[in-house]
Design a protein around this ligand. Structure first.
Ligand code: TXA
Ligand code: MG
Length: 309
């Protein structure tokens, strides 16, 4: 099937209330029409996702946002720079918002993102609907960064999987809460706190302020492989597979032999999946990853994975 035919097919399924796995630059998303409550309910069912955890709504154009949520100067300035791209805004819902309440899990806010992947943009614009899309994996497991991961994790629960190749960013979008006067980082990602602070000034984060808001989805255990994962490993224990970074000796796989954090982020989930092989390994030992820039987001995902299932 040509890309155009695939895009049209995806749009038809979505408008009919179906589920389509779509590629984005961060991870694959499990998409449904955000205005159809029944379709959104199918997302929660297919993922085994707790209903208190709200979903991100994907838009085809920045102009769609004002129909759904209240925007302000901070949003406009950041969206100017970072959209389309891996930055999600949590904004206050408008009173007559057409998006299903299920999407926000009853909260008065809405998370919104305009993805940069060309196929995601084409599908959004063909459907002309806002698309609710969490990562296309079973809740609590490692996020999918290629189409085969989606098929492994969700298989027949999805009506169509659109293969757009490997995700270039590889970790989920940065989530920024702008519902209050104080901007708050809810989930670190490839667009860093420093990137955001350069545009709108100070941003608070749960990692350094216990009063900062937290995302309902930041469950303690997440991204967990089926075998134990250990961070900041200085040595490899018997049976363990070493996931290296930089010049790691004896690594089974290496996130980035050159020590490049962007490359490491793009490889993270795929390599975690490959090493999650209980027949070959008793655990995964991960070499230290610097906690700067996008390294903060990588360490955030690893910490959750290390807490196990
Ligand atoms: O990169 C991404 O963001 C990917 C792709 C598919 O766009 N999506 C993704 O969705 O990671 P998900 O559902 O796995 O993560 C969404 C995060 C969760 O932590 C959720 O709790 C938070 O966003 N979230 C969604 N709506 C929210 C809201 N109204 N207030 C606070 N947090 C919200
Ligand atoms: Mg997820």
């Amino acid at each position: 099937m040509s890309d155009d035919a695939l895009v049209q097919k995806a749009a038809q399924i979505l408008k009919g209330g179906g589920l389509v796995a779509i590629p984005t630059e961060t991870v694959y998303g499990l998409a449904a029409d955000a205005t159809q409550g029944k379709a959104v309910a199918r997302i929660f069912e297919a993922k085994g996702r707790p209903s208190f955890n709200p979903l991100i709504v994907h838009v085809g154009d920045r102009a769609w946002v004002s129909d759904f949520a209240q925007t302000d100067e901070r949003f406009l300035r950041l969206a100017d720079l970072f959209w389309p791209g891996p930055l999600t805004f949590v904004l206050t819902r408008r009173e007559r918002c057409p998006i299903s309440e299920l999407v926000s899990a009853g909260l008065p806010s809405l998370a919104l993102r305009m993805p940069a992947h060309p196929l995601a943009q084409k599908i959004l614009n063909a459907a002309q609907r806002p698309l609710a899309a969490p990562s296309a994996n079973r809740s609590g497991t490692v996020s999918p960064t290629d189409a085969a991961h989606v098929a492994d994790s969700l298989g027949s629960a999805v009506d169509l999987i659109v293969d757009g190749g490997a995700c270039t960013v590889g970790i989920e979008s940065t989530v920024l809460d702008l519902t209050g006067p104080q901007a708050a980082l809810l989930r670190p990602g490839s667009i860093t706190r420093e990137d955001i602070e350069a545009i709108i000034g100070p941003v608070i984060s749960a990692s350094d302020n216990p009063h900062a808001p937290k995302s309902p989805g930041q469950l303690a255990a997440h991204y967990a492989p089926s075998i134990p994962l250990r961070m900041n490993a200085s040595e490899v224990r018997p049976g363990e597979a070493l996931l290296g970074f930089g010049p790691s000796k004896g690594a089974v796989l290496n996130l980035s032999p050159a020590g490049d954090l962007k490359e490491a982020a793009a490889h993270l989930f795929g390599m975690m999946r490959k090493l999650d092989d209980p027949e070959r390994f008793s655990g995964i030992a991960v070499a230290p990853i610097p906690v700067s820039g996008i390294g903060l987001a990588i360490n955030d995902r690893l910490e959750r994975a290390a807490r196990g299932r």
